[in-house]
Design a protein around this ligand. Structure first.
Ligand SMILES: [Zn+2]
Length: 259
């Protein structure tokens, strides 16, 4: 599952290989991007690669933009030009070649090609909270935003709400809470600003590490019933929030908030 660390890592790799390149575009698969015809991008220069939460934004000259969201199963893969793809071409949504490299997208929840001016009208982007992995991320601003829906919202649910803070997915909300020693089931109202800041900073640190190494941590994620790597207590799990996605925690290292 692509969380903000995956998108940041991808953006860095694309930047190194394709930024500044005049790109040739193919859509070899069955799906077509929404918005403008993909051929519109052909021959344009990829001027800037941006990651924003779980969104990837490719800015081209002439005010064109490719907006991609990988959802649960999508991926971008980078190849040397002419190298054989690891997946069938019919699964590819778009392929961008330039500078001897090729970036190929295999699915996701969103891909559209628009003019830059339309970008602000995308409701998912317009409502996005501060990007946890941005250079100028301010944990106090984000902590205030986590509180904005009200004191009863559980920390683990708040961390997944992309409108509150952007980039965190299911793996890192569990791993971040574990790293900070804070119970994901605690209502936001029972936690102090120092605790919210500490969860945000711990999660950010883990995600930046993963963006460097390409490896996501798994100390508690999907480890229910196994011993905690810190204290040996049995790791627990619980479905949280509307989407009922499961969070994992150690009840000893992350004791219930006293309020
Ligand atoms: Zn523990």
């Amino acid at each position: 599952m692509a969380e903000g660390d995956t998108i940041l890592r991808l953006a860095r790799r694309m930047r190194a290989r394709l930024e500044g390149a005049e790109v040739s575009v193919r859509t070899p698969g069955r799906r077509r991007p929404e918005g403008l015809n993909a051929a519109e991008l052909d021959g344009h220069v990829l001027e800037r690669v941006e990651s924003r939460g779980k969104h990837l934004l490719l800015h081209f000259d002439g005010g064109l933009l490719l907006h991609s969201h990988l959802g649960m199963r999508g991926s971008w893969q980078l190849y040397e030009r002419g190298e054989r793809w690891r997946r069938p071409a019919r699964d590819a949504w778009i392929a961008l070649a330039g500078n001897g490299a090729e970036a190929v997208n295999f699915g996701g929840s969103k891909m559209r090609i628009v003019r830059e001016a339309q970008l602000g009208r995308d409701p998912r982007l317009a409502r996005l909270g501060p990007d946890l992995l941005a250079d100028d991320f301010d944990p106090l601003v984000a902590a205030a935003r986590l509180r904005s829906p009200g004191p009863d919202l559980k920390l683990g649910e708040a961390l997944l709400g992309q409108r509150l803070v952007a980039g965190i997915g299911n793996i890192f909300r569990s791993e971040g809470c574990f790293e900070a020693g804070i119970d994901p089931n605690a209502p936001i109202g029972a936690l102090g600003d120092d605790q919210l800041v500490s969860v945000l900073e711990a999660t950010r640190r883990l995600m930046l590490e993963a963006a460097e190494t390409g490896r996501q941590p798994s100390r508690v994620y999907r480890k229910a019933g196994r011993p905690c790597p810190r204290c040996g207590e049995t790791i627990r799990s619980r479905a949280q929030g509307d989407s009922a996605r499961v969070s994992y925690w150690c009840p000893r290292c992350q004791p219930p908030a006293s309020g």
